[in-house]
Design a protein around this ligand. Sequence first.
Ligand SMILES: [Zn+2]
Length: 235
Amino acid sequence: MVRVAKEVAGDQCLVAGNLSLTWMYEPNSPSSVDRVRQTFDEQLKVQCEEGVDFIVGETFSWLGEALLWVERAKTTGLPVMVTICFENKDETAEGTTAATAKTLLDAGAYIVGMNCLRPPQHIPAPMEQMRQSVDGYLACQPVAYNTPKDKPDFTSLPEFPYALDPLQLTLKHMGDYALQAKEIGINYIGSCCGLVAMHVREMARVLGNSPPKAVSGKKAAPNQCQPTNITTMIM
Ligand SMILES: [Zn+2]
């Protein structure tokens, strides 16, 4: 995947390596921590050999696993990004709040933030708390599914995973979110599950980062492709 992404990006865009939670992390279990470290190292080696520009670890419900990610990712010497996710409560699995961002920055992450599980309407509050707790770069990557206030995590809904289509958010929803994220002071405005290319295009458009227009019979000049603060990750 990294190889394909690099071929497509050429010299116009940055390409990130990416890992997420391992499902093997258990707090207070040295053997589990060893397994997680080893798994991260194996995967980092494969992706870094392809020449990624930076590396992203995402969807960590456990702060402890996110910290292990930062520890292992830093050994590559590349800029490290890490995002945590909150399920139906505004806290990690250990019970820490969005102020957790400072812990991750202090551990050596270059960009910290949140991704997955929640749509834009249920992510600004913790992101604002994160913004108030740190001065560093922040990332925000919500899902594109509408969820109720009492069950913000889309994977907790009965529609998950095979009946989510009617819950998908519109282009306008995602465009409005992009503007709101900018207003909060988010530096890396992205998205996660349920998002499609048209959402990304709309988010880029409202942020004044429009993609090059297709010209009949001609390819857009490569230098028309602006560096973007938009990213999408689809699980
Ligand atoms: Zn996701």
